[in-house]
Design a protein around this ligand. Structure first.
Ligand code: S3P
Length: 431
């Protein structure tokens, strides 16, 4: 599937975005470990979350889907069954990393594999701490496919996170549920805390403060009825499209605004963005709100702040588009994690921005982008959903049409992207 976007007159309207991807993954995992039947509404039916759902069904968990609601019949902490084949996790890093923490603690052996992009992503960051707890993994170069030897008797861990990653933290938390004694994790930078929040919402004994988390092993997950908020990261593509378009004003309803996720708001505001957060509420320990956005005149930014970076980690492709439309030269540093996402996002964005006539200079941990006039042209996505959607946002304001080649990856996180863009009057077509 290719996408063609041309400049629109004005983006307007009210829209919702599909459920949060991170929370949807955790819903499947903790719903499966619960005692009783849980229901999660507004579940993200994207390929990544469906990969986690398929993996748990392959281990005997009964799940049913009705519209965007999933019902999960929990099997308790020790109720998973050995899968009969390798678990295929597609493009999903979150599935791979979180499930390593779960699979290593089972009474059976298993194997996980993924697509080309996932098979190139680093897994030692998760396997190293999990091995300290007694888990056993076999892989080539620390990458998928990985064979997992189950071990039901795990040691506790006292671990300081060396990589600022919620996936690593969550894998260790999940493993700690199966350890012999209490475990403790310390982190020096903010990472998303959906794991901790959902465990608390299901009454699991986990305790966290600003920079440390302790987990009691062998607790119980109560079944839950949970409404998943809209995915803030998905809403960002609509926000960026609106900010850079003339005479535009949109409202995105019921979006998750967990403080560990909204670094983008601070960055965009520093660049001059007019964004308002309205109607705040709490849904099962996750804050949500409506986001109102108005076209803005943007200025450049110098950014090198690890906490802000970490709480905006998925938003940088979209932030680079803001920089391309801003006045002046922006510089971004401390972004080494972007090199190991679904694609090397510094490189993917630099190559495409240059094609569209934007001056960029890439360095090891970051990029400088000089705002200017964006021409039209053809974009390569490198199988990365967020690269594809960032340039689709840009196409609303570029001088000529942008054609995004092979944009199928958007179904991993935002299957209704084209429909939602059209709902706010974007001139986007599937080719
Ligand atoms: C995620 C954590 C982040 C993020 C990813 C989802 C999660 O990855 O980029 O899209 O759900 O825990 P890292 O943990 O690698 O930063």
């Amino acid at each position: 599937m290719d996408l063609l976007i041309k400049q629109s007159d004005a983006l307007t309207g009210e829209v919702t975005v599909p459920g949060d991807k991170s929370i949807s993954h955790r819903a499947v995992i903790f719903g499966s470990l619960a005692e009783g039947v849980s229901e999660f509404s507004n579940f993200l039916m994207g390929e990544d979350c469906l990969a986690t759902l398929k993996a748990l069904s392959d281990m005997g968990v009964k799940c049913s889907i009705n519209g965007s609601k999933i019902t999960i019949h929990g099997v308790g902490l020790r109720g998973l069954k050995p899968p009969t084949k390798s678990l295929n996790l597609g493009n999903s890093g979150t599935s791979a990393r979180l499930l390593l923490g779960l699979l290593g603690a089972q009474k059976f052996n298993s194997n996980i594999k993924g697509d080309k992009s996932l098979s190139n992503r680093p897994m030692n960051r998760v396997m190293d701490p999990l091995r300290k707890m007694g888990m056993e993994f076999f892989s080539r170069n620390g990458k998928l496919p990985i064979n997992i030897l189950g071990n039901e008797s795990l040691n506790e861990i006292n671990y300081e996170l060396t990589v600022p990653s919620a996936q690593v933290k969550s894998a260790i938390i999940i493993a700690s549920i199966f350890a012999n004694k209490n475990s403790k994790i310390t982190e020096n930078h903010v990472t998303r805390d959906h794991t901790e929040r959902m465990m608390l919402a299901m009454n699991y004994p986990i305790f966290s403060d600003r920079d440390s988390i302790s987990i009691e092993p062998g607790g119980k997950f109560d079944a839950i009825n949970f409404q998943i908020p809209g995915d803030f990261s998905s809403s960002v593509f609509l926000i960026v499209a609106c900010l850079i378009s003339k005479n535009s004003s949109i409202t995105i309803k019921n979006v998750g605004i967990n403080p560990t996720r909204i670094g983008f708001l601070e960055i965009a505001k520093r660049m001059g963005a007019d964004i308002k957060i309205l109607n705040k509420k709490n849904l099962n320990k996750e804050p949500t709100a409506d986001i109102q956005v108005i076209s803005s005149v943007l200025r450049s930014i110098d950014l090198n702040d690890r906490n802000l970076t970490s709480s905006a980690i998925d938003e940088f492709p979209a932030i680079f588009i803001l920089a391309a439309f801003a006045k002046g030269k922006s510089s971004f540093d401390g972004l080494n994690e972007l090199r190991v996402k679904e694609s090397d996002r510094i490189k993917s964005m630099a190559i495409n921005l240059e094609k569209l006539g934007i001056e960029v200079s890439e360095h090891e941990n970051g990029i400088a982008i000089t705002g200017g006039v964006m021409k039209g042209g053809e974009i390569e996505c490198f199988d990365d959903h967020r690269v594809a959607m960032s340039f689709a946002a840009a196409g609303n304001s570029s001088k000529a049409k942008i054609l995004i080649k092979d944009a199928d990856s958007i179904i991993t996180s935002f299957p209704e992207f084209v429909q939602k863009m059209r709902q706010i009057n974007s001139l986007i077509e599937i080719k």
